[in-house]
Write a protein that binds this ligand. Structure first.
Ligand SMILES: Cc1cc2nc3c(=O)[nH]c(=O)nc-3n(C[C@H](O)[C@H](O)[C@H](O)COP(=O)(O)O)c2cc1C
Length: 146
């Protein structure tokens, strides 16, 4: 199990380049994420709408680097912009190998608000803002599905 002394958080957003049915593609991405992340002790959340993705990944620094290297190459998104990559004392998404925000229309709308307010410009949308938005909404989704 990776060493929690090196616990880091990576926050990025990207442009959605999915060609075809969005829900199906996102289901496939989530299934691969959960399968791969759980044994690596990577946790986090993924948010999407028609235009962009935002993702928070937490875990061992070296494990995050190799996981992100793979994610970055994925042709289903592009213009990947890292908002934060920093050490953290504790996980915010400890119970999710990959939480998902976007299933509920009001959450998709809330995400659209964050995206629109910032124009998804890395100079404007801070890693913290994306983290807070994802965390609040992922918690609500968890309650809703409980
Ligand atoms: C927006 C986005 C987020 C992704 N997040 C993850 C992730 O957290 N973990 C992961 O293993 N793969 C993630 N992927 C998928 C990877 O790019 C890649 O397709 C997958 O890891 C390959 O896994 P496999 O070789 O087990 O099929 C993501 C892809 C996209 C487009």
């Amino acid at each position: 199990m990776p060493d929690d002394d090196h616990l880091h958080r990576l926050v990025y957003y990207s442009r959605n380049r999915i060609d075809g049915p969005l829900n199906e593609a996102v289901r496939t991405i989530l299934a691969a994420s959960r399968r791969n992340n759980a044994p690596l002790a990577v946790t986090g959340a993924l948010m999407f709408n028609a235009g962009c993705f935002a993702q928070v990944l937490e875990g061992d620094r070296a494990v995050l680097e190799s996981t992100f290297e793979r994610i970055q190459q994925d042709p289903r998104h592009g213009d990947v912009s890292v908002l934060a990559f920093e050490p953290i004392a504790a996980r915010s998404f400890g119970q999710w190998s990959m939480g998902f925000v976007g299933a509920r229309p009001d959450h998709a709308a809330a995400f659209a608000d964050v995206a629109t307010a910032s124009g998804f410009d890395p100079a404007v949308a801070s890693g913290d803002e994306v983290l807070r938005a994802l965390h609040g909404l992922a918690l609500e989704d968890e309650d809703a599905s409980a």
